[in-house]
Ligand binder design. Structure first.
Ligand SMILES: Nc1ncnc2c1ncn2[C@@H]1O[C@H](COP(=O)(O)OP(=O)(O)OP(=O)(O)O)[C@@H](O)[C@H]1O
Ligand SMILES: [Mg+2]
Length: 306
């Protein structure tokens, strides 16, 4: 059963701007779901509605079976949120901030849990430092500690690694994977396609308030495993010779380019036999290149289509 269920969700702001249009999305318990989309696509708005910080105009959202409108407290208590904008209490310590946040959810004090979270995030030696004295990356981890203080089953990370250096980004990926292994369901937004490739079990793309793709990451990567070899022909063809039928080539509209698609993960690419058959057919070419579709390309094409 899905832990979050969003159906027919629309959000129109008081300004009259519709930021979310008929969103349908189910998040499975225990998965890492990456939500991709350009600036202004509606990612933060979607998270805000699910977390009850913004009210939907139409549609329903349930979290752990609780309707976020009718059973707000129950729904919200299952969620930890690390917002896009960092706002920490500069003069407080990580330990005090996390402890306070736990209290806000009405949970009894539990220093052992706060310690566990701070240790997991490599913040234990900074537990009593004023947050203002920490680095940007540490502050981000304090926000995660704060979000995890009340033992939520779901963690939202809105751009968790924006402006974070490569090394720290990788360390944060490890933290997120560790949380998932401990049973936390994770929804993250990112502008780094690589982050989604690296982390996500499923990927969703949102553009102009609409979900334009939801796909299993592995399936998406299998599609990405396909490469194309383009041969620029010396002499134009009007059709593909029948002796080459087995290679399932495509001929460009102008007839000056043959395209061969192959699987990089297969045992054989078939390129050698293609070359032999081309020679036998008397087809010569003056240039060639290969291209590989990446998640980035898929993303860019999806976002530009609509
Ligand atoms: N309070 C608000 N009132 C009116 N419009 C808003 C409000 N908050 C956001 N919007 C608009 O809704 C759209 C979606 O904004 P949102 O913050 O959800 O985008 P996002 O996908 O998170 O973008 P980014 O990648 O820049 O964080 C934008 O056009 C934004 O201007
Ligand atoms: Mg945002």
């Amino acid at each position: 059963m899905s832990i979050i269920s969003v159906s027919n969700l629309t959000k129109t702001y008081a300004s009259g701007f519709t930021a979310l249009k008929n969103i349908n999305l189910d998040i499975q318990r225990g998965e890492i779901f990456a939500l991709l989309g350009p600036n202004g696509a509606g990612k933060t708005t979607l998270i805000s509605v699910i977390c009850g910080l913004a009210v939907q105009t139409e549609g329903t959202v349930t979290v752990g079976g609780f309707d976020i409108s009718k059973n707000y407290r129950e729904a919200r208590s299952l969620i930890g949120l690390v917002p896009q904008e960092l706002h920490t209490d500069a003069w407080e310590s990580p330990f005090a901030t996390a402890t306070f946040s736990r209290g806000l959810f009405g949970k009894p004090k539990n220093s052992a849990h706060i310690e566990k979270v701070l240790r997991e995030l490599s913040l234990w030696d900074k537990k009593n430092s004023q947050i203002i004295t920490l680095s940007g990356g540490m502050k981000r981890r304090v926000m995660i500690a704060k979000a995890l203080a009340h033992e939520p089953q779901i963690l939202f990370l809105d751009e968790p690694t924006a402006g974070v250096d490569v090394e720290l980004r990788k360390a944060m990926w490890d933290v997120v994977r560790g949380l998932r292994d401990a049973g936390v369901t994770i929804i993250l937004t990112t502008h780094y396609i690589e982050e989604a490739e690296e982390m996500a079990d499923r990927v969703g793309v949102i553009n102009k308030g609409e979900i334009v793709l939801i796909e299993d990451k592995k399936k998406l990567m299998q599609k990405l495993g396909k490469k194309q070899l383009k041969l620029h022909l010396q002499n134009k063809l009007t059709s593909i010779p029948s002796s080459l039928a087995a290679h399932h080539l495509e001929l460009s509209q102008e007839g000056d380019e043959l395209v061969y698609t192959y699987d990089t993960k297969g045992d054989r690419t078939g390129i050698t036999s293609l070359m032999n058959d081309l020679t036998a057919a008397g087809i010569t070419f003056n240039d060639l290149n290969t291209t590989q579709s990446s998640l980035e390309e898929i993303f860019v094409s999806l976002v530009h289509q609509s």
